[in-house]
Structure formats: C-alpha cells, structure tokens
Design a protein around this ligand. Structure first.
Ligand code: SF4
Length: 304
C-alpha cells in the first residue's frame, strides 16, 4: 500500500514536470486507472488527449492504441509504458496479408476495426469502433462488397444488425473468444436477477444469451441508466472497476473470472513512473502511413 502511495506521488510530480497527460484503458489495473487523467476506450482517449495542450501522452493500454494517439496528436510525444503490451487480435492482420486479400476481392471496401496497426488502417477505406461499427457499415454504398477486419465476432454481429453481406478476416480477441455459453448460464443461475451485458467481441452464441450487446462505454452507460441493480459483465474483467465506481449501489459480476487480457495487465505503476522519467518507450508512426491512417479514421469520425 505504501509502495502504491509513493509511486502515485512520484507519478503526479513527474506528470506536472513533463506536461504529460495519462490515459488509461478501462481494462487496465485499478491502480493504473486511478492515476490517469482520462479512463475510457481507446479512440475516445486518443481524441481527448489530442484536445489537451499536454506535450506528452502516456498511454496505459496496448500498442495499437498508442499508435492511434500518435496519429491524432503528431506533435505530442507518445509513450507506451510497456512496449511488449501488444494486441493479439491486431497482430492477426498485417498490411501484406491484407493486400493479398484485397486483390482477391477487387472493389470491396475495407472496414478496419480500430484494433489494428497504423499500417493496416492506412491500407483500409474506413475505420470503426465496437460502438459505431453498425452505423459505419450501414452508411456504406449498398452496391459495394465489404471486407471487415480483423474481428470476425464483431463482424458477424454487425452483419446481423445491418443485414449487409460481408467478407470476414479470421481474427478474434483471445480474451473474449474464451467465453462459452456455459459460463453465462452458470453466472445466470448464480445471479438470476442480473442483466447480462456482452461485448460484441464475444462469440455469436454468447451474444444470443445477452440482454444487451454494447461497447465498454456502452455497457457503462447502460449500467448507470438502468433501473436494474445487478449485472453480469461479459468482457475483460478490468471494466468491473469503473463500473463499481460509477454505480456503488449496484452489483457487478464477471461472466468468467478468467476473462483477463494479459497484455492489458502488463502496465504497472512503476512502469508508468519509469515512462514519465525516461519518456520511453516511444511510439511513432511514419508520416506517409500516418496521413493515410488518419484519412481512414477521419472518414469514420465524419460519419459517427
Ligand atoms: S482484450 Fe482482446 S482486443 Fe483488447 S487488447 Fe486484449 S487481446 Fe486485444
């Protein structure tokens, strides 16, 4: 506990000195969320940081998120406290494999979930988040084929909502994809009055059992606005911390305690302190890649 207080104090001091803003994804450790200026989902965080006059962004999340921050804030120094914090889903597609698939599907529009590298965004027509994917896909010309990358679970969910036929990539989130219907049924048996909230990165059979399917921000909003008092949360367990903080009078249960993304938990307070001290490891995006990736993000932002 003493260690936590000492590190938190050091981080606060260094943050002022470096004119830094600290961002934390909702899946981060509670103590990391506590030192952040903003806690939220990846794109929302990058947009908030871009609107500040901070010189440095410390991104407590995974690599593609820090890249998005670098794309939106080219004049700020972007630091990812742990360079090993990657996203296995984002790594399931690269620009070379994507170029090959595009040749097989000439004329198809590529919709890239933001959980992709800057190079993959740059080779895509438009980006989407889990919150706006349905809206983005609905807005595309009906006569064009669609290639949705890389999360096939999210893609299938969007296809179901929009009725648009789509080509998928064989990608998934290793954490959400672990959840099985038995987990939900067990959680429901233990908490029969609870509402089941599920993230669209879960498999279709999980979404079939949910009362609501939403992004992390959407789940948080749902819990705040709902008159219900108990919720089973089918996403990475980190989200339970901000949910409990936002709704201290409500009960939140993980759909399965093993829904932990190891990459999201790599960032610790001492790594945040070290990142502020050394301003390393830095995440940068090549200007030519940045320009094209920004165009794909900007098309999404115009529509959402
Ligand atoms: S929870 Fe899934 S999508 Fe998010 S960083 Fe971890 S592996 Fe990637």
């Amino acid at each position: 506990m003493q260690d936590k207080e000492r590190l938190t104090g050091e981080i606060r001091e260094l943050k002022e000195k470096r004119r830094a803003v600290i961002l934390s994804h909702v899946y981060q450790r509670p103590e990391v969320q506590d030192v952040a200026d903003f806690v939220g989902d990846s794109l929302e965080l990058s947009r908030k940081a871009a609107a500040t006059d901070a010189e440095v962004i410390i991104f407590c999340g995974v690599h593609f998120m820090a890249e998005s921050a670098a794309i939106l804030s080219p004049d700020k120094v972007v630091v990812l406290p742990t360079l090993e914090a990657g996203c296995p889903m984002a790594d399931m597609v690269d620009e070379i494999a994507l170029a090959r698939r595009k040749k097989e599907l000439p004329g198809a529009l590529v919709v890239a979930y933001v959980n992709t590298s800057a190079e993959v965004k740059a080779a895509s027509d438009i980006c989407c988040t889990s919150a706006n994917a349905v809206k983005i896909v609905s807005s595309l010309p009906p006569d064009r084929e669609i290639l949705f990358i890389p999360d096939q679970n999210l893609g299938r969910w969007v296809r179901r909502q929009t009725g648009r036929p789509m080509h998928f990539w064989e990608g998934h989130c290793n954490t959400h994809d672990k959840l099985r219907p038995e987990d939900i049924l067990e959680a429901k048996a233990a908490h029969p009055a609870a509402v089941v909230l599920a993230h669209p990165e879960c498999r279709p059979e999980i979404l079939d059992l949910a009362d609501a399917v939403a992004s992390t921000t959407g789940m948080l909003r749902y819990a705040k606005e709902s008159p219900k008092r108990e919720f089973i949360v089918a996403t990475e367990t980190g989200l339970l911390y901000p949910m409990r903080q936002a709704c201290p009078d409500k009960e939140f249960y993980p759909a399965a305690t093993r829904l932990v993304c190891p990459n999201m938990k790599r960032t610790t307070l001492d790594k945040v302190r070290d990142a502020l001290t050394t301003l390393r490891p830095r995440v940068t995006v090549e200007p030519q890649v940045r320009e094209k990736a920004l165009a794909a993000l900007a098309r999404m932002l115009e529509l959402s």
